[in-house]
Design a protein around this ligand. Sequence first.
Ligand code: ADP
Ligand code: MG
Length: 287
Amino acid sequence: MIKVSELNFTYPGGTTRTLHELNFEISEHEIFGFLGPSGAGKSTTQNILIGLLKDYQGSATVLDREISDWNDEIYEQIGVCFELPNHYHKLSAKENLDYFRSLYQPPTYQPEEVLEWVGLTSDANKRVSDFSKGMKTRLNLARSLIHKPKILFLDEPTGGLDPVNSRRVKELIRDLRARGTTIFVTTHDMMVADHLCDRVAFIADGKISNIENPDTLKKQHGSRSLRLEYLDDSEQRCEREFSLDGIGQNDEFIELLKSAPRIETIHSQETTLDQVFINLTGQELTS
Ligand code: ADP
Ligand code: MG
């Protein structure tokens, strides 16, 4: 659905390159994530793929056509959710969707249908000026998919959402994939990348370091460990960490279990995607 080869980009007038030699492909029905800290180049990449930033070097195709060769027809095929929502504030949610729907060739979804998906049914007739930030974010998502696009581009789709709505949005994105939509999502939130994406590309300083399934990344590049808290002979609280690999043969661990006067807690420490990100890129996601 999307193929990017040797993509480079420098903002007009800029002296430093923003994107360096990006290569990736996204297949039909895939949820593909771009995970990286603020300023990594995620939105820049999305803006190239949707035809907004034109003077790129290398090749980027959407539906087998080079982006620079597409005209406005591309917007019938793709849906875009920008990081910052822009709605008509004097209109209601439903009126906003009715307006945007009218710009596209039928068939489109009914506004009521997509409002239900994003949990805004009871706010359908409310003016958007009275919406909270999270409600605007959800309306933004509803708008991006109203024309049944083949590919959806979502820039930080859960930004500013509470946990309940964040989960709702993730479920909706999975449902859309099940209906046949291909999804490109950019995020700095490792939970979004981990729970949602079939494959994730790690991006830092405009370079992709790895592209893999999130579980595979954690298996290959994470370190699983076990943390043990115990009281020693003088009732001092002590802490030890052991690798989970080969724990059954770890004499030191087994000896400690036998000899510690009192075990307080034993916890396995799961690898998180942000830990893997640090291991592979040397950068933190939240920086
Ligand atoms: P992300 O979405 O990963 O947070 P961006 O793609 O927005 O990152 O930005 C990548 C880099 O490009 C940053 O250093 C940012 O300052 C720079 N940048 C973004 N937009 C512009 C612009 N319109 N003009 C010049 N530089 C920009
Ligand atoms: Mg961004």
